[in-house]
Every structure is written in C-alpha cells, then in structure tokens.
Design a protein around this ligand. Structure first.
Ligand SMILES: [Zn+2]
Length: 423
C-alpha cells in the first residue's frame, strides 16, 4: 500500500492468511456441538491460541446451573452441565475506549450426513472455500479475531484503549456464554461480532422465541373416528391462524429489515402426535419459533401469539373447552438494534470501505444472536464477518477464505481507529 494516510498498512500486511486458514481448520475439526464436551474443548483451543500470542488469557468454569436459575437467563435448549468462559485483553495505554471482539465456538448439528459431500468435522479447502460444520457460523469469524490480534501485536502498534477478545459457547441455543461473560462484569464501549454477513454491516437483528403448543383431541378407535377428535386435524386451523398472524406481524417492518421476504418468520419445527396407527390421536405437540420485531419486546411478541390463539379458541367449540396450550421454553432471543448512525457502525464501515474498496451494505438480520444481550447491556454492537448467512446451519456449510482474511484485516485496522494509537 503506497498511500497509507491512516497507518493501517502494517496491520493489514501483518495478517497471516495462511496461518488463519489453518486456525479455521483446527477449530472446525472440533465437533463443538452445543451440549457436548467438545464445546469446552473448542473454548480451550481458542484460549490456547490466544495464550500462544502472548496475551493474558482468563478462562473460567461457568456455573451453568446457577446462571440458568437467574430470571434474566436467556435460555438453553440442550442439556449442558459444563461450559467455559474465555477472554483475553490487548492492553492499551488506558487513554482510549475499549473494543470487544467476540466470537462463538459452538455449532449446530450437521443434519443429514447424506447431504454433505465430506465429513462435516473434517474441514476441506476447495479453492477459496473451506467446507465444514461451523466454518461460516462462525469459526472463521472467531479465528479472524485471533489473527487480527496477532497482526496488531506483530505491528508493535500501541493502542490507547484496550481490545478485549472473547470466545463464548452456547450461543446457538440461547446465549449462555455471552450472558456469563457479562455477568463477570466484562464490558466495552463497543463490540464487533464477526458472525457471517458477507462483510456487510448488520447492526440489528430480529429476535426469536421458542414455543411449544399442546393441541388436545379425544382418542378413540380409528374405525369410529368421527366419535373422537383428532389432534392432528385440529392442528390445521392452528396453522392457518399462525399464518395469518405472521402476515399481520410483517405488514410494516423497520426499513433495516425490508430486504427480507419475511422479516419476522413464524415457523413450526417439530410435530409429534399419536402412539398407535389405528387410534385417533388425543394430543399433538408442536414446537416452533416466533420472530420478534425490532423495537418489540419478547413479552409483546408472546402476547401477540397467545392472543391470536385465544381468539381462535373462542371461535372453535372444541378449542373453547380444550384450549391450545402455549409454553415458552428454550432460546428466548429478544431483538436488538444499534443505531445504524452510531460511530461503531459508521467507523467500521469507513475502515471496511478503505480496505475492501467498496462500501458494505447496512441492514438488519432476521435471526437472533448475542447482539441483543450485548446491546441490552449497553454495549453498541454490530455484526461484520465472513461467510454468507444462508450457508450457516446448512449442509456443506462453507466460508469464503478471502473474506475471512479481509475480515481479520478490517478488524485489526478498526481496532486502531476505535481505540486510538499512541506514538
Ligand atoms: Zn453464529
């Protein structure tokens, strides 16, 4: 770089792309599914990488049971007894603001292995792509934090404010790790989460509330089915009501959300009913996910769904006597929003434009993430990371390695801009 008015050239050149790809591969090879021992292994692996940079690493055992009993606990959908918190700090001179770079190391299950052309936990590099479960969501992003820190270190730049690196687990099923980190009193003036955004800026996201419906019927022998009430058939008016509710909740949406076909989806993910083929089933249990709008509280969203079902139950004689029961369980992600004009969004956008050569788009994402916990704790937060969000949770998950390296470069340069440098 000949023209270097911002002084970023050293840290940009200092990002070791080859090393970064290796770090993504090592992380993807750890099958850190939520609720397994490997979740802790992945946290330990990141702690080890950070310690090897010469950073002071703090790692602690999270008391999962006592946090889960707290009223603000964000929820958990897997059995988990152990979790590890990991942070590291690049100390500044104490004269500037603190930037938090946070990544999660847990992944979702690979799904149907037949839909993968390779072993989900044996990362494969094909051209500019790395394929494996968690490559995109978000082990490439987490590794890019490590390599941004490495480049900052190697450049010898003296930052005025601290850079705090955090690795968390339990993100996919509620946000245990970030909740635990915040409960440790760790804070910052702004946070960048390198979740997959294809290097666009995502300063807000919709929330997601997991629910369970119990739809009651009356069992009888299938040969006399008209004398019973099938819980499966009673699911149909419930589904229709949920579709109407979803349409109504998406009539007007925040401008940041307008790029999505459905900003706030309402979807049923599991359905279980019946225990015998020739019995009319008396119970159907369906689990699903309700999107929470920007600016809407989870309580408002819950009341909206409960209200819609209550009206349905008023109109239907069977439901009037056997109302559909709603239970809220598991992940309860509020929506979260950082003002797109906030300096962390604008500043990161300017640095990214300088380095990438084109300006990132700014929009909100329809999925929940740790952003809402951080924003809720008063830390303005933006997603900016490698990978397309459509590849996340999908078979043959992949990440673009050029984006991964560019992300590390932007994060390193942005840390200089945000924290300030001292000569
Ligand atoms: Zn993620």
């Amino acid at each position: 770089m000949i023209d270097d008015p911002d002084g970023y050239a050293d840290v940009i050149d200092g990002v070791d792309g080859h090393g970064l790809v290796g770090a993504v591969e090592r992380l993807v090879a750890i099958p850190s599914l939520g609720g397994t021992d490997a979740e802790v292994d992945a946290q330990d692996a990141v702690a080890h990488e950070w310690a090897s940079l010469g950073l002071e690493v703090t790692s602690w055992d999270i008391d999962v049971a006592s946090l889960a009993a707290e009223p603000d606990f964000p929820g958990m959908e897997v059995d988990r007894t152990a979790a590890r918190g990991v942070i590291a700090r690049i100390p500044g001179t104490g004269e500037g603001p603190t930037l938090l770079l946070l990544g999660h190391t847990d992944v979702v299950p690979p799904g149907d292995r037949g839909a993968w052309s390779s072993d989900p936990f044996r990362p494969e590099v094909r051209g500019d792509r790395l394929i494996g479960r968690g490559a995109c969501d978000m082990k490439a992003g987490t590794a890019s934090i490590t390599y941004a820190a490495r480049a900052l270190f190697a450049s010898g730049v003296r930052l005025r404010g601290d850079v705090v690196l955090a690795a968390v687990s339990g993100e996919e099923d509620g946000g245990l790790g970030t909740y635990a980190m915040l409960r440790q009193g760790i804070t910052a003036d702004a946070c960048v989460l390198p979740e997959p955004t294809s290097l666009d800026l995502v300063p807000a996201n919709g929330g997601a509330l997991t629910f369970r419906l119990r739809i009651h019927g009356r069992a009888t022998h299938a040969s006399r089915r008209t004398e019973g009430v099938s819980a499966v058939e009673k699911m149909l008016p419930v589904l229709e009501e949920l579709r109407r509710l979803e349409a109504r909740r998406n009539e007007t949406v925040d401008p940041l959300m307008q790029r999505w076909p459905i900003a706030y989806p309402l979807s049923i993910g599991t359905v279980h009913s019946g225990d015998w083929a020739s019995t009319v089933p008396d119970l159907l249990i369906a689990e699903g996910r309700l999107g929470v709008a920007l600016g809407e509280t989870p309580a408002q969203a819950r009341a909206d769904l409960e209200g819609a079902l209550a009206r349905l139950c008023d109109e239907d004689p069977w439901f009037a006597e056997h109302p559909v029961e709603v239970e809220w369980w598991g992940g309860q992600f509020a929506s979260g929003r950082t003002d797109p004009e906030h300096p962390v969004v604008r500043g990161l956008g300017e640095v990214a434009t300088t380095i990438l050569g084109n300006a990132p788009e700014v929009y909100a994402a329809p999925y929940g993430s740790d952003l809402r916990l951080l924003v809720g704790a008063g830390i303005p937060t933006v997603h900016f990371g490698p990978g397309e969000s459509s590849a996340a949770h999908a078979p043959a998950e992949w990440v673009d390695l050029r984006e991964t390296v560019a992300c590390a470069q932007v994060l390193a340069a942005y840390a200089m801009r945000f924290c300030g440098t001292s000569t």
